[in-house]
Design a protein around this ligand. Structure first.
Ligand code: BGP
Length: 471
């Protein structure tokens, strides 16, 4: 059947500064923790990535030609303030003005994130622990306020990208810089502090009277009991949901944590051996932002099926694409399982498109004061076959089509979804996997930096130009 998306729907492509720009140690840019982490790992380098710093005109021309009318980009904080605060790097400011001017010339609207996993290294020096250290919150608000005042050509802002993923990588799975494992106390605290930073930046945006909209992007993931008839599995799913979804959704749309959310987080923090530091002024800050958060960005790739189980912590991240090599068992929560008949990718990501419908309906029902949702990332990562300049990525097209179908159903169900951004616009490296997990509409030959439209790019062009989805 044929489905028509609403007039004005955004058909976008997504990028992140660190994953596309390259030039990580040039043009006055300051360090981020990933620089040394990736160098020590020795698996792959963030340079030249997709060379977006130099080739953004090429990518924006492709956007224009393929009907991509929105682009998610992020500003690298350390291109603006190399040490996080203090001295300004004018070259960085000029770069982003030039990028936004090119967007304008090509009719591609920029949706700009202020921190996409690249908090400055400076906040980890001299005993600092990034956003666990509260002075980083003030620094973020200053940086955000600078950007609002400087980049007035930007009308769509997001404070952070994926606070739960940041907490997971840093303190649960431990496969990010400074990574620690199974520290749910630190994970909840980090998310809380970042949510306070978000809230204060939203209020600063409102108080400054800047034109446009502001919101936050989160990786939200539906959690289901493995056995739908098991109360114990349902409880495991509820705990996983608190960690991944409810903690940040409550903070954003309630302005506080509901009692059962707080109770679950406190319990999990205790199991990990720590306490949460949630202050009255933090809750006041969350509440103050409630009326002014204009939009929520939902990044969505997979879901999780949970089984209740006792045992010791045991998480192994599949960072290579060797199917079946991941394990996820978390004390106080349970075990992540694959439900029979549900497909997975080579990275063990569970493909369950109807989960996106459940998620969108749930936001509408549980958080009725949300205003607008963009699906800010969705896509399928795998090792594309490149044959004579052509990439027939039929599985990716199928993945995108199915997810868009469920988004359309959610729109029919009354959810205000205003746009969809494919992750990713062009191929770029994956933080914990490297260059072999490709997501792009446009293939990047990382030797020559030449771009090639994949079959999915032609498919997306047709969708963007007609607003019509054949499903
Ligand atoms: C999201 C991030 C992106 C991107 C994407 C794909 O969490 O916002 O930056 O990396 O996931 O994930 P991965 O690269 O792990 O496959």
């Amino acid at each position: 059947m044929s489905r028509q998306f609403p007039e004005g729907f955004v058909y976008g492509g997504a990028t992140a500064a660190y994953q596309v720009e390259g030039e990580t140690r040039t043009h006055g840019k300051g360090k981020v923790p990933w620089d040394d982490f990736l160098a020590a790992q020795g698996r792959f380098s963030p340079d030249p990535a997709s060379d977006f710093y130099n080739r953004y005109p090429v990518d924006l021309e492709l956007c224009q030609r393929f009907g991509v009318n929105g682009i998610r980009v992020s500003i690298a904080w350390t291109r603006i303030f190399p040490a996080g605060t203090g001295a300004l790097n004018q070259e960085g400011v000029d770069f982003y003005h030039a990028l936004f001017a090119e967007c304008e010339r090509r009719g591609v609207v920029p949706y700009v994130t202020l921190d996409h996993f690249d908090t400055p290294e400076a906040f980890y020096e001299n005993g600092g622990e990034g956003f666990l250290t509260r002075s980083t919150i003030d620094a973020f608000v200053d940086y955000a306020t600078f950007c609002f005042g400087e980049f007035t050509e930007v009308k769509h802002w997001f404070t952070f990208n994926e606070i739960p993923a940041t907490a997971e990588g840093s303190f649960i799975v431990g496969n990010w810089p400074h990574g620690e494992k199974y520290r749910l106390d630190k994970a909840f605290q980090l998310m809380h502090n970042m949510m306070v930073a978000h809230a204060r930046a939203v209020v600063a945006f409102h108080d400054g009277g800047y034109e446009g909209e502001i919101g936050i992007v989160q990786n939200l993931e539906p959690k289901y009991p493995l056995d739908p008839n098991s109360a114990a599995d349902a409880e495991a799913a509820r705990m996983a949901d608190v960690i991944n979804n409810r903690w940040v959704l409550d903070a954003t749309f309630r302005g506080h944590y509901a009692p059962d959310t707080l109770e679950a987080a406190t319990r999990l923090a205790h199991i990990a051996g720590g306490e949460l530091d949630i202050r009255d002024e933090d809750i006041e800050a969350l509440a103050a932002a409630l009326p002014y958060c204009d939009c929520l960005g939902v990044n969505t790739y997979k879901c999780q099926f949970l089984r209740a189980a006792e045992g010791e912590n045991d998480i192994h991240h599949n960072g290579t694409g060797d199917k079946g090599s991941s394990r996820w068992f978390l004390k106080g929560v349970g075990e992540s399982c694959v439900r029979e008949g549900v497909p997975t990718t080579d990275w063990d990501w569970i493909i369950y498109p109807e989960g996106l419908y459940d998620l969108l309906m749930r936001i509408k029902n549980d958080y009725p004061n949300y205003k607008k949702i963009y699906v800010t990332e969705n896509g399928m990562g795998y090792k594309d076959d490149f044959e004579d300049g052509f990439i027939d990525d039929a599985p990716r097209i199928d993945y995108l089509r199915q997810h868009l179908t469920w988004i359309h159903r959610a729109i029919e169900g009354g959810v205000n979804v205003a746009g969809y951004f494919v992750w990713s616009l062009q191929d770029q490296f994956s933080w914990t996997n490297g260059y072999n997990k490709r997501y792009g509409l446009f293939y990047v030959d990382f030797e020559t930096q030449k771009r090639y439209p994949k079959a999915s790019a032609y498919w997306f062009k047709n969708l963007a130009e007609t607003g019509k989805l054949e499903s």
